[in-house]
Ligand binder design. Structure first.
Ligand code: PLP
Length: 422
């Protein structure tokens, strides 16, 4: 089974390398950050080589060309998300920066003491800490929706919490970066609106894998990062409904975001520049646009089917290995993520052993400490698949996990024997 052809793999030069152990690289750490195809590397180096200059400022050829490319990248991003207007597309440094922007600008203006911000327990720290910080500033409360035993959350529970807590904002990830669970964005947004809550969707784990339709989702804010979707690091996107962005005060102050500055004050620029103070991530925006076009070219349905097949293969195989516990729902309910724990083996030891076999996975709390605490775990290992991974790599992963199990079970037995005889 090879749903996506070798051609895709050939687009990613880094995949040809070997790791420090001399093994061919199997890169299964895509939920943390993905690799870049030639299309992205070339678009960025073309800008640096031929027409790079600061944008929106100079009246000269290079600046005009850079500005045109930067604004074309915004249009590509608008189209990718199906936003109504490029005024609703703000380039930020990433998902974290985008959520912080909302927490400061919208939060400081519209959230008051004792108001509630509702999150799920499965959130990344990027969608928790900015709300704790807002709470420190204005005295609001941060509340969490718990998970059910199957790692999902029932609509009925969401509805009950919305009805009881009447939050100002319901902020949740469209997919959990640990469990992989896909949450029903459109349904939950509709429910939240019934109780007058605004909605922020953390789409960091969605944008790499699916076409986003912000009009269909209907959330007030949607955020994601470029680097998880084959784009460069240092760029992300904040989508906001125009009327709301208009009503929000500027966040960072400086060049680019003003219409006029005097010795006594300033008037902000119109959208989207109002929220883009300073020199923006110009080349990164160009790289992001190339990445989105690349993914669209491969086709999101092809990507989804491919990842699902790999995820199912790993998930099924892991369930057969004694002592391996999968932390997440069944593959039909998640994106291409398989987080797992091995009885008696620390997640860091798992990742280190897999690295000796050329396999890159993530180990730790994955910036989701409240989730891990609620699961009674300090750390998990996570394999995350993307369009360029292969069934061969999944087989290598499964074989290496069996080795870990064997090796550490033996070490454990030896240790126990020593303990008994000493
Ligand atoms: N939200 C989710 C669900 C994530 O997976 C991540 C990154 O792992 C983030 C937010 C933070 O993204 P960034 O580090 O690009 O700002």
């Amino acid at each position: 089974m090879a749903l996506i052809t070798r051609d895709v793999r050939n687009d990613f030069p880094v995949l040809d390398r070997k790791t420090a152990s001399g093994e061919p690289l199997a890169f299964l750490d895509n939920a943390a950050s993905a690799q870049r195809p030639n299309a992205v590397i070339d678009a960025m180096s073309d800008c640096y080589r031929r027409y790079y200059a600061n944008v929106h400022r100079g009246i000269h050829t290079l600046s005009e060309e850079s500005t045109a490319a930067y604004e074309a990248a915004r249009e590509t991003t608008r189209e990718f998300m199906n936003a109504r207007s490029t005024r609703e597309v703000i380039f930020t440094a990433g998902t974290t920066a985008a959520i912080n922007l909302v927490a400061h600008s919208w939060g400081n203006q519209f959230v008051q003491k004792d108001d509630v911000i509702l999150l799920t327990i499965a959130e990344h720290h990027a969608n928790i800490v900015p709300w704790h910080q807002l709470s420190e500033r204005v005295g609001c409360r941060v509340e969490f929706l718990p998970l059910q035993d199957d790692f999902t959350i029932d609509d009925a529970v969401v509805k009950e919490r919305l009805e009881t807590l009447r939050p100002k904002l319901f902020a949740f990830a469209s997919s959990s970066n640990v469990l992989g669970t896909n949450f029903p964005v459109q349904r939950w947004t509709k429910l939240a609106h019934e109780f007058d809550a605004k909605v922020l969707v953390d789409a960091a784990q969605a944008a790499p894998h699916q076409a986003i339709d912000v009009q269909q989702w209907d959330a007030e804010f949607v955020v994601f990062s470029g680097h998880k979707a084959c784009g460069p690091s240092g760029i992300g996107v904040l989508y906001g409904k125009e009327a709301l962005l208009d009503a929000m005060p500027a966040f960072l102050g400086g060049g680019g975001m003003i219409d006029k500055v005097t010795t006594t004050g300033f008037t902000p620029h119109h959208l989207p520049e109002k929220f883009e103070a300073g020199t923006p991530p110009i080349v990164e925006a160009i790289g992001l646009a190339a990445a989105l076009k690349y993914l669209q070219g491969v086709g999101f349905e092809n990507i989804r089917q491919h990842e699902h097949a790999l995820c199912e293969m790993a998930d099924n195989a892991f369930r057969e290995i004694e002592g391996v516990e999968i932390i997440g729902p069944t593959p039909d309910k998640k994106t291409g993520i398989v987080s797992f724990a091995i009885d008696g083996v620390h997640a860091h030891d798992i990742a280190q052993w897999l690295d000796t076999r050329g396999i890159a996975v993530r180990a730790g709390h994955h910036c989701a400490m409240p989730l891990h605490e609620s699961l009674g775990k300090t750390a998990t290992a996570r394999a995350s698949f993307y369009l360029y991974n292969t069934t061969d790599e999944v087989e290598r992963l499964v074989a290496a996990v069996k080795e870990v199990r064997e090796k550490f079970a033996r070490t454990g037995r030896r240790r126990r024997r020593r303990e008994v005889t000493s």
